[in-house]
Design a protein around this ligand. Structure first.
Ligand SMILES: Cc1cc2nc3c(=O)[nH]c(=O)nc-3n(C[C@H](O)[C@H](O)[C@H](O)COP(=O)(O)O)c2cc1C
Length: 160
């Protein structure tokens, strides 16, 4: 079985999750390809894949524009795949809203599983206006660790 893991990540946590999923699902003769949505999607042929996992980091309520455009463009084809969706974010009170706001409803309806993997903010990695805004939101220069590795494991189990 061929599996595509299509992700977007600004600070690297969604990439870590996507990598873990691709390693976890590459067993028993299955092959999972890790594909960053903005760089490699032009040459991507979804017809080659039976299973597709899509997800990324949430910033100001949204997945990257490239990932959302990808889901809209290929919505009809993606509906025919074994589909898993995930989001990474630190706002645990709005998990369901993050899915509804960022994926077409028809994909949410057919997804085998939907995973909320928590998130991570490393303050020192932030620059410019983001740094300024985060300092206000977080009420100081602090890191946030809301990673949920057990949710990644559950997701892999449900996709496997
Ligand atoms: C500028 C900024 C805005 C963010 N906005 C949100 C948000 O609206 N909702 C949320 O749940 N998490 C938010 N987060 C937390 C990120 O989702 C978290 O850092 C996640 O790990 C990002 O994924 P990435 O590391 O793959 O980029 C924000 C983080 C930053 C730095």
């Amino acid at each position: 079985m061929k599996i595509a893991i299509i992700y977007s990540s600004h600070q690297g946590y969604a990439l870590e999750c996507a990598r873990q999923i691709s390693e976890g699902l590459s067993v028993d003769g299955n092959q999972a390809d890790l594909i960053e949505v903005k760089k490699e999607t032009k040459k991507l042929d979804l017809a080659n894949y039976d299973t597709v996992v899509i997800g990324g980091g949430i910033h100001a309520g949204h997945l990257s524009g490239a990932l959302r455009r990808f889901c809209s463009k290929y919505e009809a084809l993606l509906r025919t795949k074994r589909l898993g969706l995930f989001v990474c974010g630190t706002d645990k009170d709005n998990q369901e809203k993050q899915f509804v706001d960022n994926f077409p409803q028809s994909l949410l309806d057919v997804a085998v599983t939907k995973g909320w993997f928590g998130g991570r903010i490393v303050f020192a990695e932030q620059k410019g206006i983001m740094r300024f805004m985060l300092k206000k939101i977080l009420k100081g220069e602090r890191d946030v660790h809301e990673e949920k590795p057990e949710a990644v494991k559950t997701f892999m189990h449900e996709m496997g």
